[in-house]
Design a protein around this ligand. Structure first.
Ligand SMILES: Nc1ncnc2c1ncn2[C@@H]1O[C@H](COP(=O)(O)OP(=O)(O)OP(=O)(O)O)[C@@H](O)[C@H]1O
Length: 255
């Protein structure tokens, strides 16, 4: 029995692959999907032209799944993550995250969802230059009631998990791109909810570091039951996936 099974999380390896477009509200074990998208479509009008960044996407992601979306630049990957997190509103279709109907929710409900259940690793990292690495990682904990010592321990553990235990006091402009990306990963680890969205989380890393970071994200799915949805071009990340989806011109298909 693996550690994950011992902790009561079903492992993905034993599951049959789930067709992308299959319509169902729960997985084989009866679990509710963490993400459930139906007919999700987003159009942008730019320079008089309409671009369909996401087209009629049906997608379910279950608790503890590590799902990868591959696709060329411009395929629509970032837009899809943004629709799921509620930062972009769909032109058509719907998306639920846990029990939240994302497109029908108020901004306050979405803020609450992001604070309690959703971690995001943005492609551009989203770090605050005025804060140290440790302060950036602490941001998701600021509204919690945990005392300073508990917060510090969580921040230190998250930075050590990504190999930045010696860089806690440096600010983003003093760090390399790869180190900044790892701070963004640590910030997502410090207070994991039930869903992690990661937009090319190894894009600035060498392959050895990418492997470490992939293992950290994978472990979050396996040992804590977090649903992890990752966009990537990186074969290191793809190799670890429970399920690989392909995105092309706004469509998502099984790879
Ligand atoms: N705010 C916007 N306004 C107009 N067009 C947009 C906007 N956001 C995305 N697009 C267009 O939607 C399409 C999908 O873009 P998106 O960034 O989602 O792709 P991607 O697969 O994440 O690419 P990359 O790997 O380069 O980040 C592209 O044609 C892009 O130009």
């Amino acid at each position: 029995m693996t550690d994950a099974e011992a902790e009561g999380f079903e492992t993905r390896a034993s599951r049959a692959p789930q067709p992308v477009g299959e319509t169902r509200a729960s997985g084989p074990a009866g679990e509710a999907s963490v993400i459930q998208a139906r007919g999700l479509t987003r159009r942008f009008v730019s320079g008089g032209e309409t671009v369909e960044a996401c087209r009629q996407i049906d997608l379910d992601v279950l608790p503890g799944e590590f799902v990868v979306i591959r696709g060329r630049s411009g395929a629509g990957k970032t837009t899809l993550l943004s629709l799921i997190s509620g930062l972009t509103r769909p032109s058509e279709g719907s998306v639920r995250v846990l029990d939240v109907d994302v497109e029908a929710s108020t901004e306050a409900r979405l803020v609450d969802l992001r604070r309690t259940e959703l971690s995001v690793i943005p492609q551009e990292f989203g770090l605050l230059d005025a804060l140290t690495a440790a302060e950036n990682v602490e941001v998701p904990l600021r509204l919690d009631e945990a005392d300073a010592r508990t917060r510090d321990a969580a921040v230190t553990a998250a930075l050590e998990a990504v190999g930045l235990g010696k860089h806690t006091r440096q600010r983003p402009p003093e760090l390399s791109g790869g180190q900044q990306q790892r701070v963004a990963v640590a910030r997502a680890l410090v207070r994991p909810g039930r869903l992690l969205l990661a937009d090319e989380p190894t894009g600035s890393l060498d392959s050895a570091t990418a492997s470490v970071i992939t293992d950290v994200l994978h472990d979050l799915a396996r040992s804590r039951g977090v649903a992890v949805l990752v966009t990537t071009h990186d074969p290191v990340v793809v190799a670890k996936a429970d399920r690989v989806l392909q995105m092309h011109d706004g469509h998502v298909t099984a790879a």
